[in-house]
Design a protein around this ligand. Structure first.
Ligand code: SF4
Length: 107
C-alpha cells in the first residue's frame, strides 16, 4: 500500500463524514426555526423614543430634503425596500424614508 492510497482513504473518510453531517445540521436549524416565535424572525422597527434614536435625532419620516435612510451609505436594504438594517441600530430596522444625524450620502 502506498502513501497515496492511505491519503485517499483519509480524504474519503473526511468527505464522507462532512457530507453525513449536512443533514444533521440542516435538521437542527429547521427545528430551531420551527420552535421560534413568529416575531423572533423579523426585527422590530427602531423606536424613535429610544435613547439611541434620540441621541442620533432619528426621525421615522425625514424632514431633510433629499436625505433619507435609503440614500444613506449605512443603509442595508434592497433597492425599493420600505425598510432595512443600519449598523447604528443593530437588531432593528430603519424605515427607508427615515433620517438620523449620522446620514452620509451613498457614494
Ligand atoms: S445612519 Fe442614520 S440615516 Fe443612515 S441608514 Fe442609519 S439611521 Fe438611516
Amino acid at each position: 500500500m502506498s502513501d497515496n492510497s492511505t491519503c485517499d482513504k483519509t480524504r474519503r473518510t473526511l468527505l464522507g463524514a462532512g457530507l453525513a453531517a449536512i443533514p444533521v445540521v440542516s435538521a437542527v436549524g429547521v427545528s430551531l426555526l420551527a420552535g421560534a416565535p413568529k416575531n423572533a424572525l423579523a426585527a422590530d422597527m427602531v423606536n424613535p423614543d429610544s435613547a439611541q434614536a434620540k441621541a442620533l435625532s432619528y426621525a421615522s419620516v425625514s424632514t431633510k430634503n433629499g436625505q433619507t435612510c435609503s440614500g444613506c451609505t449605512l443603509f442595508q436594504g434592497d433597492a425599493g425596500a420600505k425598510s432595512g438594517s443600519c449598523p447604528l441600530f443593530a437588531g432593528e430596522m430603519v424605515a427607508a424614508g427615515a433620517w438620523c444625524s449620522a446620514w452620509v450620502p451613498k457614494a
